[in-house]
Design a binder for this molecule. Structure first.
Ligand code: FMN
Length: 194
């Protein structure tokens, strides 16, 4: 019988960490994984904005990579406030994960050069519109014009470097809630009252 939950009441914190990091990795490779689409929240001058994005990679250093257009609002927000939050939810397994951390913007550097070949020809249209994403237009056709070079000039990778990861596994009377807080290079973990 398939397990009802991903985190079991008998799991210790090391086991829970392994469950979470395995799920983050699988989200980027397994088709239709529930953590593939995540809510990224950023803020600017006291206003919070959330939007769905695709989680592209969970790295060996435990950071989260997201692709976007350099001209988008979210990039402007990150430029003025590097704090961000990523929200995950697995509806079938009733697992919520909240990640908070700081964002590094990568543009035309080693990291973007590494990933751009996988984007080029496949989804490069998302980062090469002639006009900036979010710009108000008179006619929607203006939004369907692409740059003649189709290059990586506006391709950005947002690297969310987590400082805290909190999980909540709903499970009847035995919900499990815990947090992992980064202290220098280590993660300090603790259970919490759900
Ligand atoms: C399922 C889904 C996945 C999306 N993935 C991305 C993504 O990976 N990167 C991105 O920049 N926008 C993505 N978007 C669009 C964003 O939600 C958003 O509308 C857009 O990036 C503009 O956001 P901003 O104005 O806050 O920058 C996605 C939207 C949906 C519905």
């Amino acid at each position: 019988m398939p397990l009802k939950t991903l985190i079991e009441p008998e799991n210790n914190l090391d086991q829970i960490w392994k469950v979470l990091t395995d799920e983050f990795e699988k989200a980027c490779t397994v088709k239709r994984h529930s953590f593939r689409y995540v809510v990224l929240s950023t803020s600017n001058e006291g206003n919070v904005n959330s939007r769905w994005v695709v989680l592209r990679k969970f790295t060996a250093n435990a950071s989260f990579l997201i692709y976007t257009d350099a001209r988008s609002e979210k990039v402007k927000e990150v430029q003025s406030n590097t704090s961000a939050n990523i929200l995950f939810y697995n509806d079938r397994k009733k697992l919520q994960v909240r990640v908070s951390g700081k964002v590094t913007i990568h543009q035309q550097n080693e990291l973007t050069k590494k990933y751009w070949p996988g984007v080029k020809g496949a989804s490069d249209k998302a980062y090469t519109t002639e006009l900036a994403p979010g710009k108000l237009i008179e006619n929607k056709e203006e939004g369907y014009r692409w740059s003649s070079s189709m290059d990586d000039a506006h391709f950005v990778i947002l690297e969310v470097i987590p400082s805290e990861i909190e999980a909540l596994q709903l499970n009847g009377e035995h919900h499990v809630r815990c947090q992992f807080v980064k202290k220098d290079t280590d993660w300090e973990s603790s259970f919490m009252v759900p």
